[in-house]
Design a protein around this ligand. Structure first.
Ligand code: UDP
Ligand code: MG
Length: 145
């Protein structure tokens, strides 16, 4: 291997959800990633249509919260990022905290900032396969630096 430092490099998709952007938490969330030594390989702000939000969360289409979740995710601008670091899929999930902020550990993003089980500030891919699919949903390889 030419570059041993990149041996176990992993990428994941992070989203600062509409509540996070609206409440001016984007800087704080990004600061936490940077502080943790996680590199941002791509980043942009965009506003999902309802249809695009439904496509992104298609895995949840049978769940009772699907309609409300996709309304929420298309309610305002979001910040999407590709995070890069060793073990970053799990490390990002650890920084985020549990889905329900009431179960999230102190010091996690959701514990510290979420106000609702749905409006929980951040999204993060939950495994290597979803990371790859979700990154491709938002970014082309040319957008990764
Ligand atoms: N969600 C919700 N009600 C629930 C479970 C999830 O509104 O009972 C929302 C919440 O915004 C969550 C998203 O749906 O982040 C996706 O759910 P998932 O179980 O994948 O949680 P995550 O991977 O985001 O922790
Ligand atoms: Mg999930």
């Amino acid at each position: 291997m030419e570059n041993e430092e990149e041996w176990n490099m992993e990428r994941t998709l992070s989203i600062i959800k509409p509540d996070g952007v609206k409440r001016a938490l984007a800087g704080e969330v990004i600061r936490r990633f940077e502080q943790a030594g996680i590199r941002i390989a791509a980043m942009k702000m965009l506003h999902l249509t309802k249809a695009r939000a439904m496509a992104f969360y298609a895995v949840h289409r049978e769940r009772p919260f699907y309609e409300s979740l996709t309304d929420f995710m298309s309610s305002g601008p979001i910040v999407v990022m590709v995070l890069e670091a060793e073990g970053v899929i799990q490390r990002n999930r650890d920084l985020m905290g549990a889905t329900n902020f009431k179960d999230a550990a102190p010091g996690t993003i959701r514990h510290d900032f979420a106000t609702d089980i749905e409006q929980n500030v951040v999204h993060g891919s939950d495994g290597p396969d979803t990371a790859q699919t979700e990154i491709a949903f938002f970014f082309s390889s040319l957008e990764m630096v």
